[in-house]
Design a binder for this molecule. Structure first.
Ligand code: XUL
Length: 544
């Protein structure tokens, strides 16, 4: 009976999940483990997975740290999991999206002759043409975004081609900044990988392709053609086409596991390494969104709201994205930078633990008596906020419980407002990510969206999705056309008893509050009048 390994290299940790798929029978998660970068690999000095730096708009991380985490996790799986590795058929993975890794001329050679007696990170270090990797939290490329959009013929045209207008964290603008600021290092770069394709490269010991799901997050891929867009490449940096790996289907086999892993840890030779994808495309599979009509909300370092999209539709407001789905279709997504770190910030300021946070939600009224927080602690992606700084309306910063409710309501109201373009009649939401454990947060989600919310058995949907994609790719490689519903069966069903139903009186209240929250966003961005009179009326009606 085969087993499949999925990794998730996220902003703050590397996780692994091994699943067992019995022919026509039971399906189980056999192993699950995480390494947290800050605590488990302290030598790199990251904070929440990000390297310290002077400029608050810049966010980089360490490709060597990701490699070391992979090396360690493979060791743990081989020596501590108790699994019979001879059953391991395929490995895939999920990576935080948009981040990029830059390899020089020596990387290929180093990869093809890795010494199993030595640690991985030290062996690939000389192959990097840029020591650090810009990640999705970086918002320092506004200038490059403008330049690229202009060269392509405007933001709308770029969105039509690539599925998104130019975004600061997307790989294209990041590459352009590197080319402009470090032209020599850019010139020495032979390969630019995403986090996902870089880690697949390390497993296979050879250059992995970029899957179209993650490739769509670069502002460089022509979504319809499923290939690099010449216009976007030219607008971004000279000579770029020769530095990018080819694009491939999410179920492509990169090759067998490199001898390094076989000799170092005793993995069987011939295990298939499947192309990795982005965390959001993998999550789509890990929550079973292989059909239209449902949405998922992931509450992680970033909060994301996403859905399966059978036919391509680009957001006319320019806030959302279209990525590739690992099924070969598309997915819609909006991303919020002020996710878990914003919740943590409010929690810490209040002096609560997570139980205290939940208790505060329980004892404060829905609608918070019209007290609003715009939680833009960091520059926000949705809506676009370049100048960070939280804003409060009628909300006393020292009122701990009200601030807790305000941050959660803001996140849910904002998701609801900015996902309208997806035009999904949502009646069911699957909640995933670390904070999806918190049922009080999910009640607000349910009330704001007027939808039933379900928790899933496996919390890390990106990691599970990666393991399921390994299974799918193995089926394809064996010539089997197994439907996606069959691939995901037994793993993605909601947890029994987890259903949270919307409370009708709260649904009505949030329907009133939504446009007022929108007015606060507009006012804070200098594009709308002071919402104070509307907030006062709201309090008059719902404040008791
Ligand atoms: C999506 C995005 C984040 C990262 C990190 O566009 O930027 O969700 O994938 O998780």
């Amino acid at each position: 009976m085969p087993i499949y390994l999925g990794f998730d290299s996220s902003t703050q940790s590397l996780s692994a999940i091994v699943i067992e798929v019995a022919e026509g029978g039971e399906r189980r998660v056999l192993f699950e483990r995480s390494l947290r970068f800050d605590e488990d690999l302290p030598a790199y000095g990251t904070r929440n997975g990000v390297l310290a730096g002077g400029d608050p708009l810049v966010a980089h991380s360490s490709p060597l740290m990701w490699a070391e985490a992979l090396d360690r996790m493979m060791g743990i799986i081989a020596t501590e999991s108790g699994l019979d590795l001879t059953r391991l058929a395929a490995i895939s993975g999920s990576g935080q999206q948009h981040g990029s890794v830059y390899l020089g001329a020596d990387a290929q050679k180093a990869l093809s002759r890795l010494d199993p007696r030595r640690e991985l990170a030290g062996q690939i270090a000389p192959g990097l043409s840029r020591p650090t990797a810009p990640i999705w939290m970086d918002s320092s490329t506004s200038r490059q975004c403008r330049e690229i959009a202009e060269a392509v013929g405007g933001d709308e045209e770029l969105a039509r081609i690539s599925g998104s207008r130019a975004f600061e964290r997307f790989t294209g603008p990041q590459i352009r900044k590197f080319f402009q600021e470090e032209p020599d290092a850019y010139g020495r770069t032979r390969r630019i990988h995403l986090v996902s394709s870089f880690l697949a490269t390390l497993l296979a010991g050879r250059d992995a392709p970029i899957d179209r799901g993650d490739g769509a997050g670069m502002n460089l891929m022509d979504l319809r053609a499923g290939d690099w867009s010449d216009v976007a490449l030219e607008a971004t940096a000279p000579g770029l086409s020769s530095k990018l790996p080819p694009l491939a289907d999410a179920w492509s086999i990169v090759g067998p596991l490199a001898p390094y892993w076989v000799e170092r840890y005793g993995f069987p030779a011939g295990v298939k390494v499947v192309a990795w994808s982005g965390d959001n495309p993998c999550s789509l599979i890990g929550v079973g969104l292989v059909r239209r009509g449902r949405l998922a909300i992931s509450l992680g370092t970033s909060d994301t709201l996403f859905g399966f999209m059978p036919e391509l539709r680009v957001d006319p407001t320019g806030q959302g994205h279209v990525f590739g789905s690992p099924t070969g279709h598309f997915m819609s997504l909006i991303c919020f930078k002020n996710g878990s770190l914003a919740r943590e910030r409010v929690r810490d300021a209040a002096g609560y633990d997570w139980d205290g946070f939940s208790a505060a939600l329980r004892r404060t009224p829905a609608g918070n008596r019209g007290r609003i927080l715009l939680p833009w602690f960091e520059p926000e992606i949705t809506p676009h906020v370049a100048e960070p700084g939280e804003r409060r309306y009628r909300l006393d910063p020292s009122d701990a419980a009200a601030n807790v409710r305000a941050v959660v309501e803001a996140q849910m109201l904002s998701m609801s407002l900015h996902s309208k373009w997806m035009e999904v009649e949502v009646d069911t939401i699957y909640a995933t990510g670390g904070a999806a454990r918190n049922r009080e947060i999910l009640q607000v989600m349910s009330d704001v969206h007027d939808a039933e919310v379900f928790q899933l058995e496996v919390g890390n949907s990106a990691c599970l999705g990666a393991a399921l994609r390994a299974f799918h790719a193995d089926e394809v490689a064996r010539g089997r056309r197994t439907p996606w519903e069959e691939i995901t069966r037994g793993f993605v069903e909601p947890r029994a008893g987890s259903r949270i139903a919307p409370e009708p009186s709260n649904v009505a209240l949030y329907r009133e509050l939504k446009p007022i929250y929108e007015a606060c966003e507009r006012h804070a961005q200098g594009t709308g009048p002071d919402p104070e009179p509307r907030l006062a009326r709201f309090e008059g009606e719902y404040g008791s």
